[in-house]
Design a binder for this molecule. Sequence first.
Ligand code: FAD
Ligand code: FES
Ligand code: MG
Length: 276
Amino acid sequence: MYKIVKKEKLAPDIQRFFIAAPEVARAAKAGQFVILRLFEGGERFPLTIVSREAKEGLIEIVSQRVGKSTAELALLKTGDLIKDISGPLGQPSEIKRYGRVLVIGGGVGIAPLLPITRALKEAGNEIMAILGVRSKEMFFFEDEFKTISRKIYFTTDDGSLGRKGLVTDVLKMLIDEEEIQRVLAIGPVVMMKAVSNLTKKVNIPTTVSLNPIMVDGTGMCGACRCLINGKSRFACIHGPEFDGHQVDFNTLLRRQNMFLKEEKTALEGFKKKDSQ
Ligand code: FAD
Ligand code: FES
Ligand code: MG
């Protein structure tokens, strides 16, 4: 059992949890994640390790409420216990001194972006950041990014903060104005696809962190299979980070949509049963 030591709201439907998980905290590196199971019989679902305090044995996770399991997590309070936490899982990020690195975060992707950005900064890179969300109240970690970035740009869909539009609008401008040695993008699949398409044209190496469905997190179930440079790869053990120019984003989008359809059908089945 793993105890929630602290819980905080970061934005509407986005919360952070500090959890006592000493073994995970000791071993975790930037870019890795855990798989949680909240209670016996509960669903397994992945969340990124945003930070860790090895001495205190704590890990920080950030969760956006999007469906059943994340809604169940959102209901837990400080002092409550989580049944299982497996990890750290996945390959750690490749941290090198690249020069000027542009990091791009969309929505809750801003959370997994932070630990990698911190590690890149510590390795001596100059950081520029673009953070994009729907509306200004959805921003979080702005101060954390401000302290490690030379320049930071905000975009919102509704123009309530920063530039109205998409992160790719700013990316296009920066590609023209700045020398950028590397791009790291984490967010919705369509955003990572658009970023990778743009940087491919101008040959800027680009890393993305993929978020396919994961179940076991150990390469056994096949749920997280992705096509990378025409080859099958399991995001849970070979990733989650991959070269954005080699990812088959269309297959990833198709698989995610398939899952959504199955969820909807299952939900309709439940509703039917309920009304009988
Ligand atoms: P559901 O209603 O079951 O599904 C809603 C959507 O969530 C689905 O359409 C699908 O896209 C995704 N999803 C559902 N089940 C899974 C699953 N088992 N594995 C992966 N995606 C799933 N979210 C965060 O808020 N913060 C994070 O730091 C974070 N890190 C992630 C790191 C990795 C490596 C991966 C693969 C995903 C990460 N996610 C993160 C996404 C998170 O796992 C899903 O939002 C969560 O599993 C949704 O579960 P649900 O039951 O609430 O929603
Ligand atoms: Fe099962 Fe990756 S989650 S193979
Ligand atoms: Mg679910």
